[in-house]
Design a protein around this ligand. Structure first.
Ligand SMILES: NC(=O)c1ccc[n+]([C@@H]2O[C@H](COP(=O)([O-])OP(=O)(O)OC[C@H]3O[C@@H](n4cnc5c(N)ncnc54)[C@H](OP(=O)(O)O)[C@@H]3O)[C@@H](O)[C@H]2O)c1
Length: 137
């Protein structure tokens, strides 16, 4: 018997960070499983390019470092079923440096997307995400 509770067919899946890398792979897989996919990232050009690469997907820009951007994104988006966040902007080499040389300002800034950005998305996304789609046991 098909497990409809876990099926993405006909669901609306939002992928923040979906313009490239892991997020794009998530978007592609969800699309292949019949989901309506919304690709989001901070740069409009990246979103457009990803939407062009993934037939049937739509896209919208959002900068998770900016709470107003996140609030506007979810308000404009409307109802959805699932949210995946893979957004990340790490590229520095500080993690290969000694702890005693750590620049704490730089360390805090590195959490803007991965931690605070995710929290902002949860805060605003939980208002319009579908309720009760989780499997109950
Ligand atoms: N790939 C790996 O093997 C691997 C392994 C371990 C951990 N990770 C981590 O997992 C995360 C995803 O990896 P990835 O390989 O998919 O990286 P990626 O290809 O660089 O994708 C990151 C995505 O996040 C978006 N993004 C960056 N800043 C954003 C912001 N402020 N608001 C919204 N979207 C933002 C980027 O698009 P825009 O530039 O358009 O915003 C991009 O689409 C990264 O943080 C990475 O460090 C990756």
């Amino acid at each position: 018997m098909a497990d409809t509770a876990m099926s993405l067919d006909g669901k609306r899946v939002v992928v923040i960070g979906g313009a490239s890398g892991i997020g794009f792979a998530v978007a592609r897989l969800a699309r292949a499983q019949g989901a309506a996919v919304v690709i989001a990232s901070s740069r409009e050009a990246n979103v457009s390019a990803a939407v062009e690469r993934l037939q049937g997907a739509t896209g919208r820009a959002v900068d998770v470092r900016d709470e107003a951007s996140v609030a506007g994104f979810f308000a404009a988006l409307g109802a959805f079923d699932h949210l995946a966040i893979t957004a990340g902007d790490w590229g520095g080499s500080m993690f290969y440096a000694s702890s005693r040389d750590l620049d704490l300002e730089q360390a805090r800034a590195l959490l803007e997307v991965r931690f605070w950005g995710v929290l902002a998305a949860v805060k605003h996304g939980c208002r319009t995400i579908a309720q009760g789609t989780a499997r109950s046991r």
